[in-house]
Design a protein around this ligand. Structure first.
Ligand SMILES: *Cc1c(COP(=O)(O)O)cnc(C)c1O
Length: 408
């Protein structure tokens, strides 16, 4: 069962779920209040190591800060990965504070403002341009400042890889430059005072099917080789994106990362390396590196029965962990794995609904889940909270205080 897998990953100390060896009850005292997010640095380290082990030599690993921008988390990851990808000037500031060299920070995202571009050029980070107009603005800012900007072109691929409800790339998008428009942009770049570095292709997110990722990577490389013919200079950077998913729900399979790594190895040795010998080839992962390393902890404030159903009402909710309520882009609401932190060795003997403290029926954290019998004051842990948690949630909704974040 998936739940025991999560409990096992974090560990049990004194019959309680633990984070970094500290029982969650004790951690709650240390943190000082509930709700809170707790991230396990050891699990993050282990995850990066397993990705490194699966990836062929020569493929770099980047962290997409958007997945979890808590400065201490980014700092921890900065020491483990080769680069950081940011998508706002706020994230860029966090990334620079880690001491990561600016040439190992890339700045993606549509709608970069002039002030963000000025900051990025001044910092010396790699700007991943998302449109011809943005490329021209970047060049203009570079000449104003007298600093030659580094740029890569983010490409919206001209293929879609489909399967099992997953889709990677293709179609109209606000991200990147359509593949068929890229050669013209590359010609323009050659007349602009911009240092062209290479390409970035990010075809999709939360993919659990290795064969789809493998196919997307193969077609990405094929596309980039074609586009490179029009490049103003040698390709020195190739960001293959990421899209590695984590299993949120009981029936989700875990991604077979060894399979992805093996194919990438062949692709790298046979195709990429001969054609682009000086390219820094990267994967850029967010969710996969941190998603499973975090829990959201919230305390039961009421227990009530309504017409045959039992509700555990907690002091947190969707305003902190929107995704667990099913309102973060999910089509069908399913339960995130959940546990009563202090009762992990007790049998799940009752069916309850765990609801947040917001005055809206949307605030449902666990719909008729089987749990050990829990009382007011018990701590509820919701797993898979390490990525797209706090910063992807509507914290102002209903005006409750912000939760604390801690890395252990
Ligand atoms: C969000 C994002 C990522 C990370 O996606 P994950 O699904 O979290 O791995 C990587 N690259 C870019 C450009 C992104 O916008």
């Amino acid at each position: 069962m998936i739940l025991s897998r999560h409990i096992e990953a974090f560990g049990v100390v004194e019959d309680q779920l633990a984070v970094g060896g500290i029982p969650v009850g004790r951690l709650a005292l240390r943190v000082g209040s509930t709700p809170f997010f707790a991230y396990d640095r050891h699990l993050i380290t282990k995850r990066v190591a397993s990705v490194r082990a699966a990836l062929p030599d020569g493929i770099g690993l980047g962290y997409a800060v958007k997945a979890n921008p808590m400065p201490a988390v980014v700092h921890h990851l900065a020491a483990l990965v080769d680069s950081l990808d940011v998508a706002s000037s706020g994230e860029m500031g966090v990334a620079l504070d880690t001491g990561t060299p600016p040439e190992h920070i890339s700045f993606a995202g549509p709608g970069k403002t002039d002030s963000e571009l000025i900051q990025a050029v001044a910092a010396g980070v790699l700007v991943e341009v998302e449109s011809p107009r943005e490329a021209a603005r970047l060049a203009g800012i570079g000449s104003q400042l007298g600093i030659r900007p580094s740029a890569a072109v983010r490409v919206n691929p001209d293929f879609a890889v489909l399967g099992s409800g997953m889709r990677m790339g293709g179609g109209p998008q606000q991200f990147g430059v359509d593949a068929e428009e890229v050669p013209a942009l590359l010609r323009d770049l050659s007349s602009l005072d911009v240092q062209f570095e290479g390409f970035h292709v990010f075809a999709g997110s939360q993919n659990l099917r290795a064969e789809i990722l493998v196919e997307a990577q193969r077609r990405t490389v094929e596309l980039v080789l074609r586009l490179a013919e029009a490049a103003p200079s040698e390709v020195r950077y190739l960001n293959l994106g990421g899209g590695f998913g984590i299993p949120y729900f009981e029936k989700d399979p875990a991604l077979d990362i060894a399979h992805v790594g093996a194919h990438l190895g062949g692709l790298f040795t046979d195709v990429v390396s001969p054609a682009m010998p000086n390219a820094r080839v990267m994967l850029e992962l967010g969710r996969y590196l941190v998603g499973e390393a975090g829990i959201y902890v919230t305390r039961i404030v009421d227990r009530k029965d309504s017409r045959g159903r039992t509700y555990l009402v907690v002091d947190g909710g969707m305003h902190h962990q929107l995704a667990a309520s099913g309102n973060f882009g999910q089509v069908i609401r399913r339960n995130y794995p959940i546990a009563i932190a202090g009762r992990v060795s007790e049998a799940p003997t009752e069916e309850v609904s765990v609801v947040g403290c917001l005055c809206t029926p949307l605030d449902l954290m666990g719909d008729q889940v089987r749990l050990p019998i829990a009382e007011v004051g018990d701590l509820v842990a919701i797993f898979q909270a390490g990525a797209y948690g706090l910063t992807a949630s509507p914290t102002r909704f209903l005006g409750h205080p912000d939760p604390i974040e801690v890395i252990v």
